[in-house]
Design a protein around this ligand. Structure first.
Ligand code: FE2
Length: 328
């Protein structure tokens, strides 16, 4: 045995009790794998620390109108309210991997350009005439559109319309915090000048296209009993956020399921209800609600409804962790 190994081994020669060994090895930043811990390393079933939550647009919209009166985009680079899941120690994440926020901009305003490693998108709730400039191209943001800003793309927002615009932002920022590839910077000129308008672009999922794809969809695929008529509009440019749009006819009732995916739903049209774990959410236009992984979920529509579902389903599939099953 080399001399250096003999010297190290001798430190443990006198140990006769397991507690002494645990104490001694702790100094080496080693921890025994056989002892119980405060936080178990494994458990029997998928279980999220995040909870089901429902935010009503009818309650948040007046707050955004007030924000429009009391703070400008010169002070607030983004005039938004972040939807914080109310669990201990969390001050921003909406689900384990995603954060959502309601954002608003006034006619004539600009929200300065920046870029960051986190992928981001906007689901447009109410807008005529607002736009996003993404890497030097100006993309209209009209009601029902979904506008993408993949990681490290410059983006800023402006508004040429006549009335305050509202949208829902979604970013994979909690995932970026976990994996730590964070990089963020402000645009050196604060704004991308002379942006050329583009109506059709990989950065803009147009409402008209979503609507025609939904109309051409019969069953919604193999998971239709749970999720109804569905189109998948996920962009390969930002694979961490799966984007699906559901169209549920008046009276539609989905079967109950559990799955390994964390979801944020944005209601673009209609009303209905969703049982999510122990909660029962009656949702309507503009509302947002959260489905954490592992809970029993069942959706139904009381009016013809369109919802955008933003999930980590693709990420789960990539990892080989995806699961979906019917339940009582
Ligand atoms: Fe951003």
């Amino acid at each position: 045995m080399p001399e250096i190994l003999e010297a190290s081994a001798s430190r443990y020669d006198a140990i006769r009790h397991v507690d002494e060994l645990i104490h001694a090895i702790d100094a080496q930043n080693c921890t025994p794998g056989w002892t119980p811990r405060k936080q178990p390393l494994m458990w029997r079933h998928p279980l999220s620390k995040f909870v089901p939550v429902h935010w009503r647009f009818s309650e948040i919209r007046p707050a955004l109108l007030a924000a429009g009166r009391v703070i400008g985009t010169d002070q607030a680079e983004r005039r938004n309210f972040v939807l914080r899941n109310p669990i201990e120690g969390n001050d921003f994440a909406t689900t384990r991997t995603l954060v959502g926020a309601y954002q608003s901009i006034l006619p004539g305003e600009r929200a300065r350009s920046h870029r960051h490693s986190s992928h981001a998108l906007r689901v447009i709730i109410e807008s005529r005439g607002s736009y996003s400039v993404v890497n030097g191209k100006r993309h209209p943001m009209e009601t029902g559109d979904i506008v993408l800003t993949p990681g490290n793309h410059w983006h800023g927002h402006g508004h040429d319309g006549d009335s305050q615009a509202f949208w829902f932002d979604c970013l994979d920022l909690p995932l970026v915090h976990l994996l730590e590839p964070m990089k963020a910077e402000d645009h050196p000129e604060h704004w991308e000048q002379n942006a050329e308008r583009v109506d059709h672009s990989p950065m803009r999922i147009e409402w008209a296209d979503i609507e025609s794809r939904l109309a051409a969809t019969d069953t919604g695929g193999s998971d239709a009993s749970f999720f109804g008529k569905t189109v998948d509009v996920t962009s390969a440019l930002m694979p961490t956020i799966t984007i699906k749009v559901h169209h549920w006819a008046e009276g539609w009732q989905g079967l109950a399921y559990r799955r390994n995916a964390n979801a944020i739903y944005v209601v673009l049209r209609g009303s209905g209800s969703s049982a999510v774990g122990e909660e029962h959410f009656n949702w309507s236009f503009g509302d947002v609600f959260v489905e954490p992984l592992g809970v029993r979920v069942a959706h139904s529509a009381s009016e013809d409804a369109v919802l955008v579902a933003l999930t980590d389903e693709g990420l789960m599939k990539f990892c080989g962790y995806d699961a979906l099953e019917a339940c009582e």
